[in-house]
Design a protein around this ligand. Structure first.
Ligand code: ZN
Length: 363
């Protein structure tokens, strides 16, 4: 690499090929809230193909792209929290998946119907939510699963409205219970990211944990509970942060006679399997007499303010040299160059520049 060549000034969003498959929500599609987070796309899943998902317990998880989130709410419904959560989701035009407890559905069927009528997916979470599900006999465990389904279907008034999605209480699964769930065609949901909202935490801490863990994982199924005031209070904070950080909410629905499963690859269901670009694309905005050592000492702001005499695009020599959040964002089109921390950027060993008219051409 020639030492006289100037290097990096700004990062370029390189993940446009991935982004092209996403039907991005138009804020204008959310009545009364032009700044709504919205629901960016809907995934149709075949429960018989992928019977257990969620990296906290299972090998597979939903085929999400980076910075995609699926919101899930367990243990309800119960007033006033479920209604408040539904209000918050409606205000942001965000669709979620509910895992309903059978006894709660019996007690508050109107809330189950409301969640369904407002476009959310309704799954189940056992009949009485036994906290030691694993300790149940096979018969009792199976009855918990079956009765929860029956009670929730009854609340909905039509079993076809119920998604064949099931989440074990406390993730307390056993092999026989898994087998029973599979025999019923259920897709068992774990989760990827807990928010700890069942602990006695303040709403800010719940939101902080949710967002921080999503940032760490980059995407995933977020586990929440619509039975706590702290969750009601945390949810607007979470949604606001998700929007500001460029996360997108994905809605998941089951395949049926009218609705074919979304086309995915087997690899897309495995964690950490998203296709990575060979190396991050970096826009070289200036060819100046700067060497790598000098660039490493500059702040992101200083780098970005370099006025480009002309522009070029090039690929970093090794992906290990660009191991930072800013570049990860850039890969998916969320780069805010000003947020990039130059001290984290290993910009020393970038490849020689190759002039290209357009960053997209490098994809
Ligand atoms: Zn639960």
């Amino acid at each position: 690499m020639g030492s006289g060549l100037a290097r990096i000034v700004s990062l370029w969003a390189a993940g446009l090929a991935l982004g092209a498959s996403v039907a991005v929500a138009s804020a204008g599609q959310c009545p009364g809230n032009p700044d709504a987070l919205g629901t960016s796309r809907t995934i149709v899943v075949d429960p018989r193909e992928h019977i257990r998902i969620g990296t906290m317990d299972y090998a597979e998880t939903l085929p999400l792209l980076d910075r995609e989130v699926v919101l899930t709410f367990d243990d309800g419904p119960i007033p006033p929290y479920t209604g408040k959560v539904l209000d918050i989701l409606a205000a942001e035009c965000v669709k979620a998946t509910y895992f309903i407890v059978g006894t709660m559905a019996k007690e508050y069927p109107a809330l189950v119907r409301r969640a369904y009528d407002e476009g959310h997916t309704i799954g189940t979470h056992s009949m009485t939510h036994p906290f030691r599900f694993r300790a149940l006999s096979v018969e009792r465990a199976n009855a918990q699963i079956d009765d929860g389904i029956a009670a929730t279907a009854a609340a909905l008034g039509d079993p076809d409205r119920l998604a064949p999605f099931f989440r074990f209480p406390g993730f307390g699964h056993t092999r026989p219970a898994h087998e029973h769930a599979a025999s019923r065609g259920l897709m068992v949901w774990g989760a990827d990211v807990p928010a700890d909202d069942w602990h006695k935490l303040g709403p800010r801490e719940v939101a902080r944990r949710a967002v921080q863990r999503l940032e760490y994982k980059g995407k995933g199924i977020l586990l929440l509970h619509d039975i706590h005031q702290r969750t009601v209070d945390a949810l607007p904070l979470i949604l606001k942060e998700l929007k500001e950080r460029g996360f997108r909410v994905v809605h998941v629905v089951p395949a049926n006679a009218e609705r074919a499963p979304s086309v995915t690859t087997a690899e897309a269901w495995l964690p950490h399997s998203r296709p990575k670009p060979a190396a991050p694309l970096i826009r070289v905005a200036a060819l100046q007499d700067l060497d790598a050592d000098i660039l490493m000492k500059k702040s992101a702001e200083e780098l970005c303010s370099l006025t480009p005499p002309h522009e070029a695009v090039h690929r970093a020599a090794g992906r290990g040299r660009a191991r930072m959040a800013g570049i990860a964002h850039a890969e998916l089109g969320h780069a805010k160059v000003g947020q990039v921390k130059a001290r984290q950027a290993k910009v020393a060993n970038v490849a020689p520049t190759t002039s290209m008219p357009d960053a997209h051409a490098a994809q």
